[in-house]
Design a protein around this ligand. Structure first.
Ligand SMILES: NC(=O)c1ccc[n+]([C@@H]2O[C@H](COP(=O)([O-])OP(=O)(O)OC[C@H]3O[C@@H](n4cnc5c(N)ncnc54)[C@H](OP(=O)(O)O)[C@@H]3O)[C@@H](O)[C@H]2O)c1
Length: 307
């Protein structure tokens, strides 16, 4: 007999939150509640429980978590202040587990200069680890970055720059890629479909204990291979532009546009090997979950170009 109640709260209704909700409900083993800033009539109409919350009030978050008897909180809200409030509310409500909004690079591979919002949350989670178990899910780039409309098409707020033109623009058959100091496209990037990320997260809910980080990926490729596969799937040669590390640094200092900054900073992180996830921990733990490869993923959403 388990001593905890199988109930998950996902904080954030759209973007990755919707993928996680689907995968968790598909297990048939967990109750789900979505915490959202607003009522979500379309979700409620589909039988999904939604509780509107005020993320600025720890007390109101605590009351919702307590009343709902939540065991595990998964945050997809990329905002440190909100997540720190959520952690405080979890501690007050006796929540057992917390997943911070990571789902990208591994904290181990982040440079010290890149401390910031995400690390503030991880430091806090480390401080309270005796009362609140937590883990970071690291998966590299979402493959949906390369689907029509990019990750923005999933309803994401904060990744609106990720619009289907980052690195590879399969619609316009173009590429804009960062080259390394040897002027080559050999930097390695790991990729996982958000559908698979959600399936691995749902499976991990059943693990008895959580290590501080759980890594996964669907594919590991050099940038040159990424380009080759895209050209192969579209059956045409792309117009390729490259950018050097120095140009990235130069432009980061001069670009005021927020979206362009995110593009440049993500390219800088790629060249710093932050997207090279070193282990397939969750793939090995759950071999029945066959993560899709990049080529198969592209084939699902793109055809050979006819013009
Ligand atoms: N690996 C990759 O390539 C990749 C790509 C994109 C994102 N990610 C990661 O995936 C996670 C989720 O990203 P996402 O694009 O799905 O996030 P998002 O759409 O920006 O936000 C997810 C949800 O959080 C809520 N939310 C957003 N901003 C908020 C705020 N300031 N205060 C309160 N609630 C807020 C919204 O839900 P409500 O409207 O229901 O309140 C929103 O639907 C993040 O950790 C991000 O770093 C990874």
């Amino acid at each position: 007999m388990e001593e905890y109640r199988r109930k998950v709260a996902i904080c954030g209704s759209r973007g990755l939150g919707s993928y996680l909700a689907r995968a968790i409900l598909e297990t048939g083993e967990w109750e789900l509640v979505i915490l959202s800033r607003n009522p979500q009539p379309d979700l409620t109409a589909n039988g999904i429980k939604v509780k509107p919350v005020d993320y600025s009030s720890v007390d109101s978050l605590y009351r919702v978590l307590k009343r709902q008897q939540v065991d595990t909180v998964i945050s997809v809200i990329p905002d440190a202040e909100v997540q720190l409030n959520l952690i405080d509310a979890c501690l007050m409500a006796g929540v057992r587990r917390f997943v911070p909004a990571e789902f990208e690079t591994s904290p181990e591979q982040r440079p010290l200069y890149g401390l910031g919002d995400k690390m503030t949350v991880l430091v806090r989670l480390n401080e309270v680890s005796a009362q609140l178990e937590s883990t970071v899910f690291s998966c590299g780039l979402f493959m949906e970055t390369f689907a029509p409309g990019g990750w923005r098409a999933s309803g994401s707020y904060s990744y609106s720059w990720n619009d289907g033109a980052f690195l590879l623009d399969l619609e316009r058959k173009k590429a804009f890629l960062p080259i390394d100091s040897a002027r080559s496209l050999s930097t390695v990037v790991c990729l996982t479909s958000a559908v698979d990320v959600a399936r691995f997260v749902a499976a991990a809910l059943f693990l008895r204990t959580w290590p501080p980080e759980m890594k996964m990926f669907g594919d590991r490729l050099r940038l040159s291979e990424l380009l080759d596969i895209a050209q192969y799937v579209r059956a045409c040669e792309f117009k390729v532009n490259i950018i050097t590390e120095e140009d990235i640094e130069f432009q980061i200092l001069r670009t005021a546009n927020w979206g362009d900054q995110r593009v440049l900073q993500t390219m800088r992180s790629i060249l710093s090997h932050e997207y090279n996830i070193d282990k397939r921990y969750l793939n090995a733990k759950f071999p029945d979950i066959r993560a899709i490869t990049f080529e198969d993923f592209l084939r699902q959403c793109w055809r050979a170009s006819t013009h």
